[in-house]
Structure formats: structure tokens, C-alpha cells
Design a protein around this ligand. Structure first.
Ligand SMILES: Cc1cc2nc3c(=O)[nH]c(=O)nc-3n(C[C@H](O)[C@H](O)[C@H](O)COP(=O)(O)OP(=O)(O)OC[C@H]3O[C@@H](n4cnc5c(N)ncnc54)[C@H](O)[C@@H]3O)c2cc1C
Length: 510
């Protein structure tokens, strides 16, 4: 499980670069590279890969684990843990299979599975991959030190200075943002790290936050046997169509979780470090739990990377153009990719940006013009208007593009088409009593899809069809010739497109 999260594999083992010195001591000259990448999460790895593919020399700086938050405390462990929960939930909805699923989940086996996928938090496989593409890995904390210069401070205090000929790519990710609630630090709350690396199931867990991380972690720990209370200020999944949050609320409630909407935490206390935690709520109530997870947003990993040395504000999200060049920096050399630019805090979007930026860095280094046809307009579309995301809740919730409200606010003339997913026989065969819903958001003037939302078991694998239609701006009159196999859940596409035609005919006739 040491495969890096990149689109290319390790076969391209280009010329080897000198490995950094291991000698402890004072500042060393670390060398000059075409490109320096700060942060070896999925985004840093992908931009390094793309820059190497363009024939550039690359230094990668990582202070913790090569593979980043995604590989060890976010996407990978969370989905490794959620999969057994969702498989069992699905099996319980299929007569014949239900009878075979009689016991509880085997926690130890679930945690062991997670540990395999995070390679026991050992990054040597991914570090080897960095080497195999011909990039040099510098372990330590990287900071900008003026234009095109980076200092790397190792754990033993030794420092190296690196110089970039063409580009420095900042891919330092994000950290959990905890609310300023009295007592929060002393209460040692869980963040995404504990919620994904714990091998103990708390008896009672409070999850604060109804966004993607909150609902996934509530699903996971309730499935593993915790008694979960989920507190959310607004409806769950507030950035999606409202029915997504409603169906996920229903699913969590049926699983036994206590979902409370419109509630905020005003204080936290854990007087005995080994004892329970008590939360004071703004509705006047109190809640006691064994652990509390705050899933209340992210803060940029830019507070200690030397932004001030190039005229930027430490701790801010980075404003970037479509090729991820940071605004306000002279000379077209500083890039900000992935979570740090706050466009979409998702691994796949960050990797997309890394491919865009990596190609742009290659083109600029070679003095070639950028191919706007490839990256210009489409980059804007894919990064802003066709962003897919999936939450592995029960039911799963997936969406791409704009909600009806967002599309209308953006000035489009919009029509929506709604259907329950069990209109497709494939859904009923997938699960007895299948519950799910889908919505298309159509730009009436251009006859294209602006957004699609689907909620139901198995929709995570349906969503890419929607992304192709939205990003490709496939006209609906063309989409009706995309025939879905019977009996799959995907057949809902055929019915949605037909329903849209009927709606239009009625509007035109009226
Ligand atoms: C619980 C959870 C589940 C998630 N699940 C999904 C999912 O299923 N799908 C999805 O698409 N997204 C998911 N995300 C979001 C996803 O994890 C992030 O969008 C993704 O990790 C961003 O990648 P990145 O490379 O920008 O940053 P990171 O993965 O955070 O990597 C940044 C790297 O930079 C290093 N670094 C930071 N500062 C320095 C420095 N000064 N010097 C050297 N190195 C430094 C860090 O150590 C780290 O290795 C999830 C997030 C959470 C919290």
C-alpha cells in the first residue's frame, strides 16, 4: 500500500539527483533546483511528478509524512473505516443477505484494515516513490526566505537553503480550525486526526459540525458502536441541495444517532483528564460524552512558511489564478495549490490543480505559451463549476456543479428535475426498500446541466457520469442518447432526461 496518490506510476525513473546530506549541524547549501515543492501531500506529489515529466529538476520538502493528511488522517483512513460500516448497512437491506449479517462489526479487524491502508503511518513507500521519479526529498520544515529561496529546518535543527530557478509550489495543506469556545484546549477534543487514527471506540461521542467530515465521522463511529450525538448549527451538508442533508439526517437517526440541528457549543470542560467531557449548549442544555470531535472547518497551513518574506500575509488562504500562480507576487514563480488556495478542499481538485500548475510551470520554464484551449477556460470550469464531491454516509451523498439556488443566484435561467432513485428498477434490486433522490439543475437557455445531486446507496460510483455531463457541457438533447444498462441505478439518468423533456413540453404548451 505504498502507492502514491498520483496519476503516473513509478516507471519513469529519470536521472537521479544528489540526496540531501544527513549530517547534523549548521546551515548548508541544499542546491539549486528548477522547482521546489513545499509539502508532499497528494497535491505536492502530483505537481512534482508533472514538473519531472516536463524535464525539470525537483526538490520536495516534507516535515511530517510523505503522502500528507489525505493518506494518513483524512481520505484514506476515513474511507477504509467507513467501508465495512456501509457494506453491513447495505447487506441488511437485502433479503437473504440480511439473515447472514447477525453480529456486530469486528472493531479490531476494522482498525487493522485501516492500518493496512495507512501503511501503519510509515511513509517509506511513498518516500521511495518520490525518489523513483527522480525528485529529491528534503525532510524538515520548509519556509520561504525571499523570492525563489526556501530554507529547510530538520528536526535536529540543521538548516539547508534551496534555490529555485523557475518555481516554488506551496502545497502545505490545511489544519483543523477549532472554535474559540472556553475550555476547548484543556478538554483535548478530537480532530480529524483522532477521528481517523483511534483504535478505541468511545462509548459516547459528540460530533460538532454538520459538514462533510462531521457527517462521515458520525456515520463511522455510530456504525462502530459509539452512541453519537451530532450537533449542527444549520442543516446537515449545508452546501448541497437541502434534500441531501435531510436524507443523511434520516439515515443517521435510523442508525441510532441523535442529530440536533440549530445547536451550538458555548463551553467545554474536562476536569479529570481521564474522565468524561461536558459540553454546554446554547439551548441551555448540557451534554456529557467520552470524547468530542470538532469538525468545524479548516485553517490554511500557511502561518509558518515565510509568506511575509515575499510580501504576503502569513496564515491567509492564497489567492491564485487558473494556473495556481499566487496573486500579488512579481515574476510568475510562486504557485499555491490544493487546500492552501481554498478553491475546493478536496484531494481530487488539488490533484487537478497540480496537473494544471505542473504543466504551466513546464511551459513557462521552456518559454512556451500556455495552451489556453487546454487549461484556460476549462480550468475555470472544472475548478469552480464542475467540482464533484461524495460523502460516504448512509445513504451516500454526491453532487457536482451548482445547486438550484447557486445557479439562480449566478443569473442562470434554471429548471430542476427531481426523481426518487427507486424509479429505476436497478435501485430496488440493489436494496429492498431503496431510499434515494436525484436532482438535475438545467440551464434552460443553453440546454446543458449546471449541477447534479444524487443521494442513495451506491451513488458514489454514479457521480462521475454527472461530472462528465456537467464539465463536458453535454446538451440534454444529446444526453438522451446515452442509454444506461438495465437494471442499474444509473438508469435514473434516462428517466431524469425524459422528465426534463416532458417538463419543457408542458412549459412550451402552456
Ligand atoms: C476527515 C477528512 C476526510 C477527507 N476525505 C476526503 C475524501 O474522501 N476525498 C477528498 O477528495 N478529500 C477529502 N478530504 C480533504 C483532503 O484531505 C484534502 O483536500 C487534501 O489532503 C489536500 O491535499 P494537500 O496536498 O493540499 O494537503 P495535505 O494532504 O494536508 O498535505 C500537506 C503536506 O504538507 C506538509 N507541510 C505543511 N507545512 C509544511 C512545511 N512548512 N514544510 C514542509 N512540509 C509541510 C504536511 O506535513 C503535509 O504532508 C478529507 C479531509 C478530512 C479532514
Amino acid at each position: 500500500m505504498s502507492e502514491p496518490n498520483t496519476e503516473r506510476n513509478a516507471e519513469r525513473n529519470a536521472e537521479a539527483h544528489t540526496a540531501p546530506s544527513e549530517a547534523p549541524g549548521a546551515t548548508e547549501d541544499g542546491g539549486t533546483y528548477d522547482v521546489i515543492v513545499l509539502g508532499a501531500g497528494p497535491v505536492g506529489q502530483n505537481v512534482a511528478d508533472r514538473a519531472r515529466a516536463a524535464g525539470l529538476s525537483v526538490a520536495v520538502v516534507e516535515r511530517e509524512l510523505v503522502g500528507g493528511e489525505c493518506s494518513y488522517w483524512a481520505c484514506v483512513p476515513s474511507k477504509a473505516l467507513l467501508r465495512p460500516v456501509l457494506v453491513v448497512a447495505d447487506a441488511r437491506r437485502v433479503d437473504g443477505a440480511r439473515q447472514a449479517v447477525t453480529g456486530r462489526l469486528d472493531d479490531a479487524a476494522v482498525f487493522a484494515r485501516r492500518n493496512r491502508y495507512v501503511t501503519d503511518w510509515d511513509d517509506s513507500g511513498q518516500a521511495l516513490w518520490v525518489k523513483s521519479i527522480g525528485a529529491d526529498l528534503f525532510r524538515g520544515h520548509g519556509r520561504l526566505d525571499g523570492p525563489r529561496r526556501v530554507t529547510v529546518t530538520r528536526d535536529d535543527g540543521a538548516r539547508q537553503t534551496l534555490v529555485a530557478r523557475h518555481a516554488v509550489a506551496l502545497a502545505t495543506g490545511s489544519r483543523p480550525a477549532l472554535p474559540a469556545v472556553p475550555g476547548i484546549e484543556e478538554a483535548r477534543p478530537w480532530t480529524n486526526r483522532h477521528a481517523t487514527d483511534s483504535s478505541t471506540v468511545p462509548g459516547r461521542l459528540v460530533v460538532v459540525g454538520g459538514g462533510g467530515v462531521g457527517v462521515e465521522m458520525a456515520t463511522l463511529w455510530q456504525g462502530l458502536g459509539s452512541r453519537v450525538t451530532l450537533l449542527a448549527r444549520r442543516r446537515l451538508l449545508p452546501r448541497m441541495e437541502a434534500f441531501a442533508g435531510e436524507l443523511v439526517t434520516q439515515g443517521l437517526t435510523e442508525a441510532g444517532a441523535d442529530v440536533r440541528i440549530g445547536v451550538q457549543v458555548t463551553a467545554v470542560r474536562r476536569p479529570d483528564p481521564d474522565g468524561p467531557v461536558t459540553l454546554t449548549l446554547d439551548d441551555g442544555g448540557e451534554l456529557e460524552a467520552d470524547e468530542v470531535l470538532f469538525a468545524t472547518g479548516r485553517t490554511p497551513g500557511t502561518d509558518d512558511i515565510g509568506l511575509e518574506t515575499v510580501g504576503l500575509t502569513p496564515g491567509s488562504w492564497l489567492d491564485v489564478d487558473t494556473t495556481c500562480l499566487v496573486d500579488g507576487v512579481e515574476g510568475a514563480w510562486l504557485y499555491g495549490l490544493g487546500d492552501v488556495n481554498h478553491r475546493a478542499l478536496l484531494t481530487h481538485q488539488g490533484k487537478y490543480q497540480a496537473r494544471t500548475a505542473g504543466d504551466a510551470i513546464g511551459a513557462r520554464a521552456a518559454g512556451r505559451p500556455l495552451d489556453d484551449g487546454d487549461w484556460g477556460d476549462h480550468a475555470t470550469t472544472a475548478d469552480r463549476h464542475a467540482v464533484p464531491q461524495v460523502f460516504f454516509t448512509d445513504p451516500e451523498a454526491g453532487a457536482v456543479g451548482l445547486t438550484a439556488e447557486q445557479a439562480a443566484a449566478a443569473g442562470h435561467r434554471v429548471e430542476t428535475v427531481d426523481l426518487d432513485l427507486n424509479a429505476a428498477q436497478g435501485a430496488n434490486l440493489y436494496a429492498d426498500g431503496y431510499t434515494g433522490h436525484a436532482r438535475l439543475v438545467v440551464d434552460v437557455d443553453r440546454d446543458v446541466l449546471l449541477g447534479v445531486t444524487m443521494v442513495g446507496s451506491g451513488v458514489s460510483e454514479l457521480l462521475h457520469a454527472a461530472t462528465v455531463a456537467v464539465a463536458g457541457e453535454v446538451p440534454l438533447k444529446r444526453l438522451r442518447h446515452a442509454v444506461a444498462p438495465f437494471p442499474t441505478i444509473s438508469e435514473i439518468w434516462v428517466f431524469l432526461v425524459a422528465a426534463y423533456r416532458r417538463q419543457r413540453e408542458q412549459t412550451d404548451a402552456g
